[in-house]
Unconditional design. Structure first.
Length: 120
């Protein structure tokens, strides 16, 4: 089985997937990206190749472009917001004996499903 598939009609051969792959297992050719020998063995299943493709041309067996959240530029944090978030973030918790509302639970579960897909 192939590690990934490329939609050749969408791929503009920019090589972003090959540049961004942290495992360095994608090679760019004139025909487009191809996995190196034994790539399957070295893939860490991060899904970065799919997420960074601006043309949504790249799919892994466990992750397709439509499973990647589009980046909403209006929601990207600026430097001050990032600093505030990181400095104010606390990891000490006191749990309440109160059930998590179902809608919040479902939202968190939906977010985590993408991570599960990537790591399974
Ligand atoms: S999932 Fe990660 S390691 Fe695997 S090919 Fe894509 S970018 Fe590389």
């Amino acid at each position: 089985m192939n590690l990934f598939t490329i939609d050749n009609e969408k791929c503009d051969k920019d090589g972003i997937c090959a540049i961004e792959c942290p495992a360095h297992i994608i090679e760019m050719t004139k025909e487009g990206p191809v996995p190196i020998k034994d790539a399957q063995q070295f893939c860490i299943r991060c899904g970065h190749c799919v997420a960074v493709c601006p043309k949504a041309a790249f799919s892994l067996e466990f992750l397709s472009p439509d499973q990647c959240m589009p980046i909403e530029k209006d929601l990207v944090l600026n430097a001050n917001q990032v600093a505030h978030f990181l400095k104010s973030r606390r990891s000490v918790r006191r749990y309440k004996k109160k059930p998590v509302p179902e809608d919040i639970f479902e939202k968190v579960l939906a977010i985590s499903k993408i991570k599960v897909l990537q790591s399974s």
